[in-house]
Design a protein. Sequence first.
Length: 412
Amino acid sequence: MRSESELPLDDVPFTIPVADRVKRLPPYLFGKINKVKYEKRVAGIDVIDLGMGNPTDPPDRRVSDKLSEALGDWRNHRYSVSNGLGNLRKEVAKRYFKKYGVSLEPDSEILACIGSKEGFSHMCLALLGPGDTAVVPAPTFPIHAYAVMLAGGNVIQLDVTDPNEFLRNVAYTCEHLFPKPKVVVVNFPHNPSGTTIELDFYVELVKLAKRYNFLVMSDFAYADICYDGYKAPSFLEAPGAIDVGCEFTTMSKGYSMAGWRIGFCAGNSQMVRALGTIKGYYDYGIFQAVQIAAIIAMRHCDDAVDEVVKEYEQRRDIFCDGLARLGWEIERPKAGMFVWAKIPEPWNKMGSIPFSMKLLEEANVAVSPGRGFGEEGEGYLRLAIVENSQRLRQAVKQIGKCLKDEPLAVSD
Ligand SMILES: Cc1ncc(COP(=O)(O)O)c(C=O)c1O
């Protein structure tokens, strides 16, 4: 047999030595579920998709009309500025003041991002490196952990479902870990658990940040989606918050503009500048027509956001009532786009991934297994209320039929 060095070059297997940061990422847990979902669709089977928080409703007509108009202006087809148009950042500042009483300087304390996820991820790159540690909420919205890992940092996951306990654990970690965490990530209303907090949580968090010298990154993606009169506070409302942290908001959810990729980072000017530096190298900003339409959305479409929230609230009730009729009692979320459902007995013994697969294969309903959000998510499903009321009713029917052989009972 010839050795490799004697083989013609074209016959030598060529391997791509990807960077260690790619190798550190775990296998994609939703891979098999996505494959089955795709195969069903190709076979013409109607899958009710409650898997992703991906709004199925279009944005308000005034926003899409403005986009069409902006497309007709050739100046909008050039590279834009990477930190976002001045008027867009001013609109974000106005919104923060109107909704939360927070004054922000548009030039130094606000930056436009290609969706909040991009901003969040690059902020991790700007703040963290090898040897640094970030605390993230558990169960964990994947990018909260993976953006830290991709930046080379270490992750500590702390249970977030009891927010006071989370604060105590942050303090304990800071007292006992060396080196101390550099960043604490918070995300309320929380994806996936739906946990919410009041402003006193952030007041306490800022005090801890100052005592233990850590930075705060608040992912406020579900700022607009609140029910039953609940109003989610902004981290930046807490006294001194701007000294220690920043917050990410998005047009994806309340404005149903997920595919447009537009979000914002607001807060501490040094953090905003650091993110701007990274972005200045990596991207040329958001398509200008999208930015112009986003200005119109924020300026004129509060009523549309209210309608979107009403719609989600109604869906939440229809869906939770329907599941309750099956014997599946679920705590109704006060905010966000997800129902975080404990898997009832006897199905909980199966594990959340096989149970999700069963619902997909037998009920044609796609959901996210809790395990996809880390070990703390095991035993739960995350169901996104992104399909309309009629399809949610249908989903309940199909789930009921699929589970009819075994009576449901949720254990404590
Ligand atoms: C908690 C959380 N943060 C961020 C995002 C991403 O938002 P964007 O579309 O602004 O990148 C999502 C989307 O599902 C989310 O659930």
